[in-house]
Design a protein. Structure first.
Length: 416
């Protein structure tokens, strides 16, 4: 009975991990269709379908430490109040949302891939080393067929655990691609937009300063003319000549200041015109190109990497369950010492069943941990669909969004 129950568990564990791959896709499709039906029957027929919110078990928002300044907010303060085209602002905010979604998704998968092994992290090794060691022990109480079946089941679980380790490594590589190249491209597009906004700020400040200088020059010229009229009314010849000379000099200075200010105003207006006609379209093109390269490149590649990771696991687990790809000579631990018995009569039987009891209790404890952790948590991170939906919603490329939404279950893995 013990051997039969353990064999049933081993088959169930491997089969459940494979079947869960195929079931989650159907469940997600049903949930999406039910959501669309509810939204279509709501009060506003033109309302957009709600985006599924973040999972409480995974942070899906960008956070900034209270001890560090937010560079986005600092930049926005610098350009506050400027007459910026709404298209520029929309491109900037859109790239920021994409960058933040990329950061969140990369962190989400990195934390999952870098978890420590153990029940506390939910990354419990799918291994039964006590049974593998027991089946090879000289004090094993079963026959050769039972020994073979137990060891084969333990080896199958070890092979599936190796597949899970390879899957987690592939998930880590996909997250690294998002954190590296995708984020760099988002920042590249943001740098182009922010550089245009800062150039517009400087040109606007120069135009405002030149306009103020022109006003001061005109006011100084009016004051010099008034001083000249007052000087002409003086009766004392000597004083009149001195006052008129001073007014003349003030008039000349104000005229020079007006000419200089008019030139500065003209240059500032020309610069603003060039920014509007040349720099702004260039910044928008750079932002759009950077977004397209990010979505069609590293974001789509990360989606394919995740898709391949899950697909390779499903295919490998299916081969393992068919008896292929098993580790040869599987011996997870050094043989443990058998319990000692001083009595002569029935000593061998006591040793055999005491060993069986100890190994069975150890295996039962691991089975309880498997039941608490859940086999699904070994295959993919909880809240994955919400994380991918957030990133897909931030993508303008329909192809990139489609690939992201197809990650949880690849069609090839379902067919297999």
């Amino acid at each position: 009975p013990l051997v039969g129950s353990l064999v049933d568990f081993a088959e169930f564990a491997g089969h459940h991990l494979c079947v869960s791959v195929c079931m989650r896709r159907s469940i997600s499709r049903l949930s999406r269709s039910s959501k669309s039906e509810r939204s279509s029957t709501s009060g506003d027929p033109f309302a957009a379908a709600p985006v599924r919110g973040p999972s409480p078990r995974g942070p899906l928002t960008r956070t900034v430490s209270r001890f560090s300044a937010d560079p986005d907010r600092a930049h926005d303060k610098k350009v506050a109040g400027l007459p910026i085209d709404p298209a520029v602002t929309a491109a900037k905010l859109s790239l920021r949302r994409l960058r933040d979604a990329v950061d969140t998704t990369a962190s989400f998968y990195s934390k999952y891939a870098e978890r420590k092994r153990g029940a506390a992290s939910g990354n419990l090794p799918l291994l039964l080393p006590d049974l593998a060691e027991w089946s090879r022990h000289e004090a094993f109480c079963g026959d050769e067929e039972s020994r073979r079946v137990l060891h084969t089941c333990a080896a199958q679980l070890a092979a599936i655990d190796d597949l899970l380790a390879a899957e987690h490594a592939a998930i880590g590589r996909a997250a690294a691609g998002l954190r590296g190249e995708a984020r760099r491209l988002c920042e590249e597009g943001l740098d182009a937009v922010c550089a245009f906004e800062l150039a517009l700020r400087d040109a606007s400040a120069a135009s405002e300063a030149a306009t103020k200088a022109l006003r001061r020059g005109v006011a100084a010229g009016e004051a010099a003319k008034a001083d000249g009229r007052k000087a002409a009314a003086l009766k004392d010849e000597k004083r009149r000549q001195a006052a008129q000379a001073a007014a003349q000099r003030a008039q000349e200075r104000s005229d020079a200041d007006v000419v200089q200010a008019e030139g500065a105003v003209r240059r500032a207006e020309e610069l603003l015109a060039r920014l509007a006609s040349d720099a702004q379209p260039a910044a928008l093109r750079a932002a759009a190109e950077a977004r397209q390269r990010a979505e069609d490149g590293p974001v789509a590649s990360a989606a394919e990497g995740l898709r391949d990771a899950y697909g390779c696991f499903a295919l490998g687990a299916a081969r393992v369950l068919r008896g292929c790809q098993l580790p040869s000579g599987y011996c997870p631990t050094a043989k443990r010492k058998a319990p000692k018995e001083t009595g002569a009569r029935f000593a061998s039987y006591v040793v055999q069943w005491t060993l069986a009891k100890r190994r069975g209790k150890a295996a039962a404890a691991l089975l309880d941990e498997f039941a608490k952790s859940g086999l699904e948590a070994l295959l993919s991170p909880p809240g994955e669909e919400a994380a991918l939906e957030l990133l897909a919603a931030r993508c303008e490329s329909e192809e990139a969004a489609r690939r992201l939404r197809a990650v949880p279950l690849a069609e090839e893995a379902q067919a297999e």
